[in-house]
Design a protein around this ligand. Sequence first.
Ligand code: 6GU
Length: 230
Amino acid sequence: MRIDVVTIFPAFFDVLEVSLMGRARGAGILDVRVHDLRDFTHDRHRTVDDTPYGGGAGMVMKPEPWGEVLDAIASDATSPLHFVFPSPAGRVFSQSTARAWADSGEHFVFGCGRYEGIDERVFAYAATLGTVSLTSLGDYVLNGGEVAAMAMIEAVGRLVPGVVGNPESLVEESHEDGLLEYPSYTKPAAWRGYDVPEVLLSGHHGRVAEWRHDQQVERTRTRRPDLLSD
Ligand code: 6GU
């Protein structure tokens, strides 16, 4: 899977060299390329922002460097392009979004905005090159799109075949079946006065499966009743 990232802080993405994502990149399963937006400016100060038309607080990212970097990426596209602009004003990302994107076969481009946002015309221009999504992680505000893009890249990337060693571990986890994950235990069976639930020591696979499912439903009911409402 090919992923391009556009940012004024490439260092945020250094952590993609670590752990499962780093191994997947080394193995050629994920091809992640990070572009510094300032490399697509032409003035001495490498300016990427300016004051908003109509006034107001903060600065807005200028369209010209974005146009140039999007053109450069589009000229090197490996499959249909999907531009994702992380934004708290976007639609909320979920496991089903991650699954759809991982299965899409698209070439993803994450455009990370800073300041008060990106000039709105950039989204219209990107739509002439591919699909455009404005996507939020949830109802809180981060300083820019970088941390949100990282979260989405990891959520999508780990669903690409070969990134996670044991594909079964993807099936049983929280949100894949609309329920939270069941609790897990390992040895020792007794620890500081806390015992592992008896059923897990029974060796009875049917009873274990039933207990785990009951735990999933009960956890979801108490912690996340919104997931059960439909
Ligand atoms: Cl995608 N971006 C920013 N800046 N803040 C967020 C977010 C995204 N999702 C939640 N908060």
